[in-house]
Ligand binder design. Structure first.
Ligand code: SAM
Length: 326
């Protein structure tokens, strides 16, 4: 049982660890075109500092760590960091979110570093459309996915942000693709994150409409999936495919939120959709003791708000997803 209980009675046993705010794609709903305002590396937590923070979380009952970003594979020597985190007391589930662009090169090392579960962003299976959405090449992502499968990762979850007028006509194609390759599929609603220059809200789709559409073609039965996340799963009867629906807007799941996020500059964000935060970097660089660090984390958890307000205050959060750590 975690010793981190927030003021709303929720047990916090999950941390999302952003290891970079850089990304090698430019998804229009995540980062604005031409965005160059990335933090300079001197502000980034070193691997030693990250290890200290995660060790403290582990001592306080955190079991799950998801490495994310930005794009985590643009951080040098990421497999070495994974291996260090994997061996920390208390941490028994290490996973990675990636766009898979560089996964072909890194899959085996990441597996050797102890990562077993992967979430991979994939918003389109059409080359031209993928390029329009992300600025990147679909072939690299598909090669990365196949390399991950060959390396033995399981489960591999495909994350598709469903967007009106962009890719909502591809949901069935994505289902067929995931059945064929034995991937798990999750559909995600767009969130109003860092709205300036990111056009996410204008393409919002209520995932209930996707569920209704899929039910016309597939027999969907209740499904379960291990993991600490907010997706609600259905299974396509007669197949192994589980489809998760992540609905922060149409049906928020804050009452079961079990996580906090650590950005690459050492800021602990208590909620994706609120500005409540606590700075750990100054403490780390001013020689705080291990006990002091644990006390600071316990204090930070008291700042966790009850819920996001994406619906009530859509322009409140000015951070991009890549800064918070998606
Ligand atoms: N680079 C990694 C990746 O591609 O998975 C990890 C970071 S990325 C910011 C994490 C996820 O956030 C991706 O699946 C991305 O599609 C999603 N995302 C970014 N901005 C979003 C928004 N405004 N609404 C919903 N999802 C968003």
């Amino acid at each position: 049982m975690s010793q981190l209980i927030d003021p709303h009675g929720r047990s916090i046993d999950y941390i999302r660890l952003s290891v970079t705010d850089r990304c090698d794609l430019r998804c229009f709903y995540c980062l604005p075109k031409g965005f160059k305002g990335f933090e300079e590396p001197e502000h980034w937590l070193s691997f030693d500092e990250i290890e200290r923070v995660i060790r403290a979380f582990g001592a306080l009952g955190t079991r799950r760590v998801r490495i994310t970003g930005g794009e985590p594979l643009v951080r040098k020597n990421l497999p070495a960091l994974a291996a260090r985190l994997q061996s920390l007391p208390g941490i028994d589930d290490l996973s990675l979110s990636t766009n898979a662009v560089q996964l072909t090169r890194h899959a085996e090392d990441l597996y050797a570093g102890g990562i077993r579960r992967l979430n991979i962003s994939l918003d389109s299976l059409d080359k031209k459309r993928f390029q329009e959405i992300t600025g990147g090449k679909l072939e690299k992502v598909i090669d990365g996915l196949m390399a991950a499968k060959a390396a033995g990762f399981t489960p591999i979850k495909i994350n598709m942000v469903v967007m009106k007028g962009i890719n909502e006509d591809e949901v069935e194609t994505m289902v067929d693709f995931c059945i064929k390759h034995d991937f798990t599929l999750r559909f995600i609603e767009t969130m109003p994150m860092g709205t300036t220059g990111c056009d996410a809200v204008n393409h919002y789709v209520d995932l209930q409409t996707v569920r209704t559409k899929l039910k016309q073609r597939f027999d969907l039965v209740p499904g379960v999936m291990p993991g600490g996340g907010p997706a609600r799963y259905l299974q396509v009867a007669g197949t192994d495919l589980r489809i998760g629906f992540i609905t922060p807007i149409s049906q928020h799941f804050c009452e079961t939120c079990n996580r906090v996020r650590l950005s690459v500059d050492g800021t602990l964000y208590l909620c994706l959709g609120q500005d409540n935060k606590f700075e750990l970097r100054p403490l780390l660089r001013n020689g705080i003791s291990d006990d002091g660090l644990q006390e600071a984390i316990q204090h930070a958890i008291t700042l966790k708000p009850e819920r996001h307000e994406f619906n009530e205050k859509p322009s409140q959060v000015v951070r991009f997803m890549s800064v918070t750590g998606g």
